[in-house]
Write a protein of this length. Structure first.
Length: 354
């Protein structure tokens, strides 16, 4: 792949807006740092990445992103430890998945140095924006979309790669109540469920709205064919604890290969927790809830890390999960966040210094 080897160009803001931000009361992903990275793909080449003041972008109405949905993204975080050092968590995994998504959506792959060094340069420039309040972090959104114009139903000839940063508080507060979906599907075999494509999330909004109207926070997605197997929790991977065994579904065309998911499986193994990666049937979960062997359910993803599920609904019946003093969810979340914030040793080599 032909790429530029020129250094990134940097245009700094004249006046920072950081003084306007209340870092003690941050919503998730609604406040943005002073700078962003932008890189264009034109004439078969990725051009020199530019770091510039955070600003609106201009696109033609005929840009193919608006018509055919070629769009992918990643979700990442940066953390500041007690010494003021800045860290990322498994960024190479995000980079690899980013290009897997790009390939599936017929978007040109991005060079590794544009992604990794782009992150490093941008985060270093805006590191004062990294919040240090417990539960907060700097959320990172790399994304790429079709900027080339035309109404012909074909891949675009121009693309735009952008990284934006958002100091953020917790994604969810407290436990959530979920509804096991019986009608709609998040993804199908042979589809794009394993890619972080924007359309995957747009398709989730309507069924989720229906669940919210019934008093639930999120949807547990089931398989597209029979709706007999649980697959994901909202926009996260899902874990189920039956007795002392932690179970999650296998990745597939339909299920995202979550980085937090992989981390939880590895840490659980390190902690001596029995894990199983296999299909989980709805009937198995309901039966376990009835006989008391269902101890925990939780979602796992970058934004929330671990989101405990307090109750689930299925076929007009709600099932409460027990309150545990030493839950796997809290235990595993603490192990991950202690590594992320450089509070403990990292035996897995996941921490990446910015």
């Amino acid at each position: 792949m032909e790429t530029t080897t020129k250094p990134f160009s940097i245009e700094k803001v004249k006046t920072s807006k950081i003084d306007q931000v209340d870092f003690d009361n941050l919503n998730f992903g609604s406040v943005f740092t002073d700078h962003m990275l932008v890189c264009d793909y034109k004439n078969g080449v990725w051009e020199t990445p530019k770091i510039m003041p955070y600003q609106a972008i201009s696109l033609e109405p005929s840009a193919k992103i608006f018509h055919y949905g070629q769009s992918i993204f990643e979700g990442m975080k940066a953390y500041k430890d007690g010494n003021g050092d800045v860290w990322m968590f498994r960024p190479m995994d995000n980079f690899k998945r980013f290009n897997i998504s790009a390939n599936r959506m017929a978007i040109p792959e991005l060079p590794e140095n544009f992604f990794i060094e782009g992150l490093r340069t941008l985060i270093t420039l805006d590191k004062k924006w990294i919040p240090q309040k417990e539960g907060s972090s700097l959320y990172i959104r790399p994304f790429m979309f079709a900027s080339g114009k035309g109404f012909h139903a074909s891949p675009a000839d121009e693309y735009k790669f952008i990284i934006c940063l958002a100091p953020s508080g917790a994604y969810f507060s407290g436990k959530v109540k979920v509804l096991i979906e019986e009608t709609y599907s998040r993804a199908a075999n042979g589809g794009v469920g394993y890619a972080k494509a924007g359309g995957n999330y747009a398709g989730q909004f309507y069924p989720t709205q229906l669940a919210v109207k019934k008093g639930y926070n999120q949807v547990i997605w089931t398989d597209d064919n029979t709706h007999e197997y649980i697959e994901e929790a909202g926009a996260m991977n899902i874990f189920v604890r039956i007795n002392d065994t932690l179970i999650t579904g296998p990745t597939s065309d339909r299920i995202l290969d979550g980085i937090t998911r992989k981390s939880i499986l590895k840490i659980a193994e390190d902690e001596g927790i029995t894990t199983e990666v296999r299909k989980i049937s709805v009937s198995e979960v309901v039966a376990a809830a009835k006989d008391g062997s269902l101890k925990e359910m939780f979602g796992a993803g970058t934004a929330a890390v671990v989101s405990p599920i307090a109750a689930f609904g299925y076929k007009e019946t709600d099932y409460d999960l027990p309150e545990l003093s030493d839950s796997y969810a809290e235990r595993l979340k603490k192990r991950i966040t202690d590594i992320q914030f450089n509070r403990t040793e990292d035996p897995f080599g996941w921490r990446f210094k910015v």
